[in-house]
Ligand binder design. Structure first.
Ligand code: SF4
Ligand code: SF4
Length: 834
């Protein structure tokens, strides 16, 4: 929230209310002796005490002592330690700990302001929502369920509704903005049953918990800690410590430890590993057990206000959060009291109140998560494998053995570079359940093989139905929205398969729900995620899966709880489709590259283009795939906001538009991403060479499919600026090409590429050097082959703009890039292009 500088005198940091000389662009983290030991500094001749206080501060992997850069830690992964590169004269140092008393005193006033503001926010939120309960009850005393009415109207009109008080104690539902305009008294309609502080073992949630104890009576909220099953050991110890600490101060404060009924390893075995794009473990191991523990009487899910430690600094996505908002589940609201705090302020708070600190921070982790997490880094792997090898091994062993079974050759590299996080991987033996929906002109047909539950376990969630059974055939009628549909289910016990047919079924909504019921019945592993979304308590998943018909109101929330209606179905699809997905991506372009003439024709009339264009049918399909991969059109072939932007700027700055398209293609297009990562600047190639290189990849694609992909790529180079003007393929000799650096790339494209990188990785504080490391998969170097010096030149220009979108600190050994936290990639484009 506040600006930070080094405080050379105390060896600490100082907060400022405005930018001053030497303001740091990034929040540093304190470094303790445990981390220095782990890096082997004691063995390299450094002297420092084994004290409680921090000794240095780290910005990314640069270590600073009293405002001076001492060394940089390079490399580090699950197998290899970091290499220490000292600044001249810093090879042997004697460190004095931070003078905590003085540092805290100097930051006292600013910390008082932000603490007080956060406490005020928590108290206000608590008071408002605690009163909402009373207001809703008062409204209900009027016989009509206004809350339900408001919710329905919101769904219908897509406008936020409010309950307002009329004369004579009656009530009305109207749009919230209209009510505010008219100065009407609005009754808060979100009735909260329970207030919680969710503790995760991390520093942020620890601060929020402490703030809650200062803002809400200890009898009116509770502390929940969700043990995911692969918590770091010090997080579990810290939970014990903080319980003891607060129980002494507030004996009536309730603490609850929640856990899924199954171990996380069992879930890995059943549904595969979590991945970058699918972190199922957060839902299954963390949030679902946590919120299930908050049920009211009759299995009904409580409406919960969770005060959490979400902070904008942690990622661009989080930066866009409102301070109070609806959570992932329909009954959960989240409040983020420290949304705008930076990590220095968090540590200063912990130091000021002498709260226990998770040992993992002292050992060098910047974020405390689970032992194995797709979102952590090679650095985290180094720390965890060094300190908690025993706990890490069962997970890494599984990744390694499944990788072998899936044909991955260099397992060491796969582990070191954390490639496993890109795509889910799993045990081949559990991938035998299958669902298909054969085409039919008249009926809805589903075939489920090796299903876990019969269709009837879930069918009631869709609608009421009748059922009669004769031998292997079961039939009956579905009663959906006033219409009756006959159905039959034919079982084939030998194949462990059933065929479910609903006759004369054309209602698309009904078909959508039926598909979800089929997915759930086939793949359900009783993870309990969708139970949390059931508002009436009708759904019980464990120990026995059951829908209580007397309570089910067919609200379909359990069917909408996740893609495909079931998180397990989605996970298994990802594990199973690992090969197929790549093949499908390669297939989509057929043999056609994206051509500038097509783009030009499309932008001249995006709406009419699909009806009337100069392309052949196969070319249209290929072009659509390219437009989707470049984020110009969405799944319905309509222009996205990005598409609108590039369309509007195409005539004025065609090259800039193509640069932006290239950046998106380098992220979404399998073949472009493969090219920018595998064919580096200076490499000569021809068609055959590309085919050979691609055949070395584990794409699962046939030789023909690979050849087509290469053909499409070469067409893209020939018919767009990429080949000649952007130097992806400069012709050197007939059909031979060389890739060269594209130096003239625009500042706008570079800024856009950094924001896109940040949105992909969740990291907002970047370093020039990161883009030149082997594990970076996109960015200015990978996409345009931009050299470090040219990249830095462009960064300096961007930094000098009055309305800048990033701060680049490139002097005095720094190479930090900090992206503005209040904008995303699209807004950055609009600011830069004007
Ligand atoms: S969420 Fe609950 S009430 Fe709604 S359809 Fe599912 S089981 Fe029925
Ligand atoms: S249906 Fe899917 S999401 Fe729901 S409990 Fe079963 S596995 Fe979990």
């Amino acid at each position: 929230m506040y600006k930070i500088t080094w405080d050379k005198e105390t060896g600490g940091v100082q907060l400022h209310t405005r930018v001053v000389d030497d303001t740091l662009g990034v929040s540093p983290r304190p470094v303790f002796y445990e981390e220095l030991d782990l890096l082997g500094l004691d063995k390299l001749g450094w002297k420092y005490p084994q004290c409680k206080e921090p000794l240095l501060w780290a910005v990314n992997k640069q270590y600073w002592y009293r405002g001076e850069l001492m060394f940089e830690a390079k490399g580090a992964n699950i197998y290899d330690p970091a290499t220490i590169v000292f600044q001249d004269g810093c090879e042997k140092m004697k460190l004095v700990p931070v003078n905590m008393k003085k540092m805290l005193e100097r930051n006292r006033e600013i910390m008082f302001v932000i603490e007080s503001e956060a406490i005020e926010f928590i108290r206000d939120t608590y008071t408002t929502y605690a009163q909402a309960k009373k207001s809703v009850e008062k409204v209900k005393a009027n016989q009509l369920d206004y809350e339900e009415l408001a919710a329905r109207m919101e769904q219908k009109t897509k406008r936020k509704m409010a309950i307002v008080k009329e004369d004579c104690d009656s009530f009305e539902v109207m749009p919230l903005d209209v009510a505010n305009e008219q100065g009407r008294r609005v009754f808060q309609t979100t009735k909260i049953d329970r207030f919680i502080a969710s503790f995760s073992g991390g520093k942020d949630s620890q601060v929020v918990l402490d703030l809650c104890t200062r803002a809400i009576p200890s009898t009116d909220f509770e502390v929940l800690y969700s043990d995911t099953g692969y918590e770091l050991p010090p997080s579990l110890s810290l939970y014990g410590e903080i319980q003891e600490y607060y129980k002494k101060k507030f004996p009536d404060l309730r603490f609850t430890l929640t856990k899924n009924h199954e171990s996380v390893l069992n879930y890995w075995d059943k549904i595969g590993t979590p991945s970058d794009t699918h972190r199922w473990c957060c839902s299954i191991m963390k949030t679902a057990p946590l919120y299930r523990s908050l049920k009211l009487e009759e299995n009904k899910q409580a409406k919960v206000m969770a005060f959490d430690g979400v902070r904008a600094e942690e990622s661009v996505r989080r930066g866009a959060y409102q301070r109070i908002g609806k959570g992932k589940h329909t009954t959960i609201y989240n409040a983020h009291p420290i949304l705008l705090w930076n990590s220095v302020e968090i540590f200063l708070y912990l130091f000021r109140y002498d709260l226990p600190i998770n040992l993992a921070y002292r050992q060098g982790k910047a974020r405390v998560g689970c032992i194995v997490c797709p979102f952590s880094t090679t650095w985290d792997d180094m720390v965890v494998s060094h300190c908690y090898k025993k706990e890490m091994t069962p997970f890494t062993e599984r990744i390694a053995s499944w990788s072998v079974a899936n044909g991955i050759k260099d397992i060491d590299l796969y582990m070191k570079e954390r490639k496993w996080k890109i795509k889910a991987i799993g045990d081949k033996d559990v991938q035998n359940s299958e669902v298909s929906f054969p085409n039919s002109q008249t009926d809805f047909i589903a075939i489920a093989k090796n299903y876990n539950y019969t269709i009837f376990t879930w069918l009631h969630a869709v609608c009421d139905y009748t059922v009669t059974t004769e031998g292997k055939q079961t039939k009956g009628e579905l009663k959906y929205k006033g219409a009756i549909y006959s159905y039959e289910v034919l079982y084939d016990n030998k194949k462990n398969q059933y065929k479910f047919t609903v006759f004369h079924c054309h209602d698309l909504r009904l078909i959508y729900f039926l598909k979800r019921v089929v997915y759930k019945s086939t793949y359900c592993v009783q993870c309990e995620v969708c139970e949390v979304d059931c508002p009436t308590g009708a759904l019980t998943i464990y120990p026995q899966l059951n829908i209580d018909k007397s309570k089910c109101i067919h609200c379909h929330k359990c069917l909408n709880s996740h893609d495909k209606g079931c998180i397990a179905a989605d996970c298994l699809r990802m594990v199973k489709d690992m090969d197929k997905k790549i093949t499908a991506k390669v297939h989509a372009y057929k043999t056609f590259g994206m051509r500038d003439e097509w783009v030009s024709e499309f932008f001249s009339d995006p709406e009419g283009f699909w009806e009337n264009n100069s392309l052949g049918t196969a070319q249209v399909d290929g072009f659509k795939a390219w437009l989707k991969d470049s984020e110009v059109i969405d799944a319905k072939n309509s222009l996205t906001p990005f598409g609108e932007f590039v369309k509007d700027n195409y005539v004025d700055d065609m090259n800039m538009v193509w640069e932006l398209l290239t950046i998106n293609l380098s992220i979404h297009s399998f073949i472009v991403n493969w090219f920018v990562n595998k064919v580096s600047v200076g490499t000569a190639f021809d068609r055959q060479r590309l085919n050979d290189l691609l055949s070395e990849e584990e794409t699962g694609a046939s030789p023909k499919t690979r050849e087509n992909a290469v053909a499409a790529l070469l067409q893209l180079f020939s018919y767009s600026p990429l080949g000649g003007e952007f130097y992806f393929a400069e012709e050197i000799d007939g059909k031979k090409y060389i890739r060269r650096e594209y130096k003239d790339v625009s500042e706008t494209a570079i800024a856009y590429s950094l924001f896109k990188y940040s949105e992909m990785t969740g990291i907002r504080s970047l370093r020039v050097e990161d883009f030149y490391s082997d594990d970076c998969i996109t960015g200015p170097y990978k996409v345009f082959g931009l050299s470090k010096s040219n990249f830095e030149k462009i960064l300096r220009t961007l930094n000098s703009y009055s309305n800048r979108v990033l701060i680049a600190e490139l002097n005095m050994g720094l190479d930090n890039i900090t992206l503005r936290d209040d904008i995303d990639s699209m807004q950055a484009l609009k600011i830069l292009v004007g």
